[in-house]
Design a binder for this molecule. Structure first.
Ligand SMILES: [Mg+2]
Length: 241
């Protein structure tokens, strides 16, 4: 059981905790790369021209990397390193535009238990923050219909403006707690990434909740999670909600 009466704030990671946008990213990459691959000269090896495979190419070459590094990684895997920097940036920009269009069109539904938990916390006077390294955080939160359930947002736009280092540095979470007017010791961090739970622990947050979306419970605990849940429906009862 986590003592809800001692909680003053709660800070939530975005992707993997509140929503799942990985599928939209994968679709956007496929659209952008397949367009490029179709345009390659017929003399290019057939294996190099095969369409982008979401099941294998996405996790191996682009997931978790910056857009430009994703482009470079995938092209290198096809032996297509000859593209110049300008073309790489153009392709990365195109992927980003497709992703935003998909986000507008498909939306990003909240993960199970998210809305109920946020409503319950706020009802008990616990202030809520959304934290993300993404510059698109505001749009993702809006697409999930969660905008009004957060008091504070610290995202990639703010991080760049304030020159805050990314996770595992706790800077983003510390900025969120500061804006919530809550000490880290009385602020819950909810994260699905190992670098995220590590940031929670190193920032002195309590409790640090790990959401296991594939990182593994043991690994999440080793990086600083006090509690591990599969999704937020499991967190509410631990808070006595
Ligand atoms: Mg995440």
């Amino acid at each position: 059981m986590i003592g809800i009466e001692s909680l003053a704030g709660a800070a939530f990671d975005t992707d993997g905790v509140l929503t799942d946008t990985a599928a939209l990213h994968a679709m956007a990459w496929k659209a952008a790369f397949d367009d490029l691959l179709r345009g390659l000269p017929g003399s290019t090896a057939e294996e190099a021209r095969a369409p982008f495979d979401i099941a294998t190419d996405y996790p191996r070459h682009v997931d978790g990397r910056s857009r430009e590094d994703g482009v470079r990684g995938f092209l290198a895997s096809r032996g297509l390193e000859s593209l110049d920097e300008e073309a790489i940036v153009r392709l990365a920009t195109r992927k980003d535009r497709i992703y935003l269009a998909l986000l507008r069109h498909e939306g990003a539904p909240p993960r199970p238990g998210v809305v109920d938990l946020l409503v319950a916390l706020r009802g008990l006077g616990v202030a809520t923050a959304v934290v993300s390294a993404s510059r698109h955080c505001e749009r993702v939160v809006a697409a999930a219909g969660l905008t009004d359930l957060f008091d504070v947002r610290v995202d990639g736009v703010e991080a760049a403006r304030l020159r805050l280092p990314g996770k595992p540095d706790p800077a983003l979470f510390l900025e969120a707690a500061r804006r919530l007017g809550a000490t880290p010791a009385r602020t819950m961090v909810v994260e699905d990434a190992l670098v995220g739970v590590q940031a929670g622990r190193d920032g002195g947050f309590s409790p640090v909740v790990g959401v296991d979306r594939g990182a593994g419970a043991a690994e999440l605990r080793a990086h600083g999670a006090d509690v591990v849940v599969a999704d937020l429906t499991e967190l509410a009862p631990l808070l006595g909600l």
